[in-house]
Ligand binder design. Structure first.
Ligand code: FAD
Length: 470
């Protein structure tokens, strides 16, 4: 017998580690396992846990269809897995790599515990096409600039999806119950969490490739268009495999009508490469979870302003596009990418607050929170990351709103107080005089800061950090 330990690969199809275990006849049938690890659950927020439990439910159903089951356990995997291996008389434990520092530490402990009891173990690179370190500069270093990484990523051959195990490769076990949110000590999320599981992921992928992938490049920055895939929570929890996603996008590329549509598919594939770029940044620099990637000569003098942070979290800054994004996060545990960039810039460059406060809030609220991508996104916006926005490029929330939500459709979807106010007035909200604001939308807040003034403060703050203030 052998154990297959699921982590962020909650599927049976296109799962490299699982397929390899199923193929390893000399070790016998595979027992599928999931372990609720306190060390990981401590960092989780309710929307993510709700999505994960739904995904586990789908995974267990699939195993039951295949004549097996998902064995569920609780506790430290370095104690649980050797014990389970003993219970099932398993000689080998197989799992797929994860790339954060925390995951690395945990895996090291599990490997040591298994080796101590004489149990073989094997790990596979499943969550990405090209594992961290596979794509390097000509000098042999990991990339810190996306564009060059992307060129090599794009030109590398991609593997085909791995086959689902046959029923005969899986052990006929009976698994435990999947706990509820409250069993795990979490409240129900405030937000509506999307359906998880491989069937839901495939439906998302299919409808995106049918309806939106060919207009993705043109429309991806417009939040009201809904032209992105919304695959992020599925990619985070691995309810669909990256090879299956890529293969479907290649079919969409082959079916494209003209060069612009083909390019649009490639633009989407470029986002999949961003995900792998950030996975390698985190893998080689695990300290970025709490530290700036980029060194400044002096510490950045972030402000301490609890009231501003709370107004940002509630979506009550008086900057309509920022507030719409923060309320989308509250209501849907998701936020459109362009708007994530805008709210992150606002927190760091207008409110002058530390990116780590924003990251913590996103980690708690996002259904797709992924350490590598979330950290990469925040450090990009804060001008502290790899390939980051230069410190002097500061988003103007008013012009961002005008450009990417010209009719204020996205804004009024999430900020009902502004419905009925003409789009130009919505975008000009921070510049209207107070009487006009009170007349047009008495319930909606006044701007909590003056963007032009804060822009100057931000520039001075970064110049001091760079040691250029005299
Ligand atoms: C401040 C900030 C925080 C972010 N936090 C997260 C996070 O916690 N989890 C997360 O998955 N993404 C995060 N992103 C990246 C991006 O916003 C989301 O991946 C995207 O909005 C998810 O929507 P989608 O699936 O419709 O994306 P699509 O546009 O359809 O992209 C397809 C997939 O590519 C990947 N991707 C897209 N953009 C990026 C990017 N910039 N960086 C890395 N991968 C990307 C995602 O896996 C995504 O599902 C963050 C970005 C910023 C600016």
């Amino acid at each position: 017998m052998q154990l297959f330990w699921h982590r962020r690969d909650l599927r049976t199809a296109d799962n490299l580690g699982l397929a390899a275990a199923a193929d390893g006849d000399e070790f016998g049938d595979v027992v599928p396992v999931f372990c609720f690890d306190d060390g990981v659950m401590e960092h989780a927020g309710p929307p993510r846990v709700a999505f994960m439990l739904d995904a586990l439910d789908g995974l267990r159903e699939r195993y039951r269809d295949l004549g097996s089951d998902l064995v569920v356990r609780y506790g430290d995997p370095s104690a649980v897995l050797p014990r389970l291996a003993g219970e099932y008389d398993a000689d080998r434990v197989v799992w797929n790599h994860d790339y954060s520092g925390l995951a690395d530490e945990r895996d090291r402990a599990v490997r040591a515990a298994l080796s101590d009891t004489g149990i073989t173990h094997e790990q596979f690179h499943d969550a990405v096409h090209h594992e961290p370190g596979a794509i390097r500069t000509n000098a042999g270093d990991p990339y810190a600039v996306y564009t060059y990484f992307w060129k090599k990523w794009r030109d590398r051959e991609k593997a085909d999806p791995a086959p689902e195990p046959a029923p005969g490769d899986l052990a006929a076990v009976s698994g435990g119950a999947i706990p509820s949110l409250s069993d795990l000590g979490f409240d129900d999320p405030d937000a509506a969490v999307p359906p998880a599981g491989t069937a839901a992921a495939r439906e998302r992928l299919e409808s995106f490739c049918e309806a939106d992938i060919h207009r993705y490049e043109e429309m991806r920055d417009y939040p009201a268009e809904g032209a992105t895939s919304k695959l992020s929570p599925h990619l985070k929890f691995g309810t669909i495999g990256v090879r299956e996603v890529f293969e479907r996008t290649e079919a969409a590329r082959a079916a494209a009508d003209g060069e612009a549509e083909r390019e649009s598919v490639v633009e989407f594939q470029g986002q999949l490469a961003w995900r792998e770029f950030y996975a390698q940044v985190l893998s080689f620099n695990p300290e970025v979870v709490t530290k700036n990637y980029k060194d400044y000569a002096n510490p950045i003098e972030w402000r301490d302003d609890e009231a501003a942070l709370e107004a940002w979290k509630r979506g009550e800054t008086g900057y309509p596009i920022v507030d719409a994004g923060m309320r989308q996060l509250r209501d849907e545990a998701f936020m459109h990418n362009r708007v994530r960039m805008i709210v992150a810039s606002f927190l760091t460059k207008d409110l002058l607050l530390d990116w780590r406060a924003g990251y913590d809030h996103f980690r708690e609220r996002l259904v797709d929170h992924d350490t590598a991508n979330d950290n990469g996104g925040w450090q990009w916006a804060a001008s502290t990351g790899t390939d980051a926005q230069p410190y002097f490029r500061i988003f103007n929330p008013t012009t961002q709103g005008e450009r990417y939500d010209p009719d204020a459709e996205y804004i009024t979807e999430y900020v009902p107080e502004l419905r009925g106010v003409p789009a130009e007035q919505i975008h000009a909200w921070p510049d209207l005089d107070a009487d006009e604001r009170a007349e047009r939308a008495p319930e909606y807040p006044d701007p909590i800061v003056d963007h032009s003034e804060r822009r100057e403060h931000a520039l001075a703050m970064f110049e001091r950090a760079r040691g250029e203030d005299d």
